[in-house]
Design a binder for this molecule. Sequence first.
Ligand code: WQD
Length: 337
Amino acid sequence: MSILVTGGLGYIGSHTVVELIQAGFSVHIVDDLSNTEEGVLDRILQITGTKPGFTRLDLKSESDLERLFEGHVFEGVIHFAASKSVGESATDPLLYYQNNILGLVNLIACMKKHGVPNIVFSSSCTVYGQPDVLPVTEQTPIKPAESPYGNTKKIGEDILRDSSRAYEGIHSIALRYFNPIGAHSSALIGEKPKGVPNNLMPYLMQVATGVREKLSVFGDDYDTPDGTAVRDYIHVVDLAKAHVIAVQRQLNKKQKTAYEYFNLGSGSGYSVLEIIQSFEKINGVKVNHEITARRAGDIEKIYADNTYATEELGWTAQLSLDDMMSSAWNWQLKLKD
Ligand code: WQD
């Protein structure tokens, strides 16, 4: 069984490739290397003993994608390749609509032409915006996107839903991630953003290593226990395992409708200050931080009700917040080596 993983050298992609290989799948990765490096392939080899196939390509190139599909037989696709910075998407929306939407359209067109039946799509809880009722279930209303990035996830789901309903052979599963953090226990793969990190954990850890001077806590005037914003953090390895389960669901023809979607969260919400305190406690390091103004576009609090994923996929998050904090730090310390 050969699975195509787009963006497979990225943070979540590489963790998923490791789990796919260890579950017995053959994997071919495509990646444009815009936010990662080819050396991740060797790390995957070190962890699994298998080096997946790799083709450097941009999904916006129909001809490159066509050449790939002509040369391989895939039973399914996991689609991670996308730009993912909320802030950058606001300053350069066209980059996001070209990369995230055109790339997806080209991919589905190729799947349709070559009879590849299954796709698992990397979506996000950002499609819910600020929910009126918590915890979030799959029935929670989708809201107008707060950012072009979030809109590309919403539109991506619409494209998959319409394509799966119209084209007999296409089955799709969208996985709505909450906040993925942590790293593989080997500390050989992890999150390695280029430039100034947008997300909390990579920035926090660069402060802990002294690369950056201070972490800004974006607002402490939210309606939460300590005033800082609450998110549902989930270990990237738990998230990766959910993708393997979704692929197996498709290959075993267990999907109940042509388009399905699932929330993937731990079910617990933690505030920014709680994350800082947990990181400091488990790793014995101080994180220099100060309260600053809210970040535009941030929501106040969100966390998942993951009952549906548990009942339908037989998946629950196994790894604890402490595991997330310690594995992330072990990876960061390896990065410094
Ligand atoms: C988490 C919390 C910030 C940085 C976004 C996307 C989501 C997904 C993950 C891609 C928030 C606070 C952050 C900092 C801070 N995207 N924070 N200081 O915004 O919840 O989600 O990234 O996979 O789809 O929406 O994640 O890590 O940026 O922020 O106080 O320097 O940390 O305000 O409360 P976010 P984040």
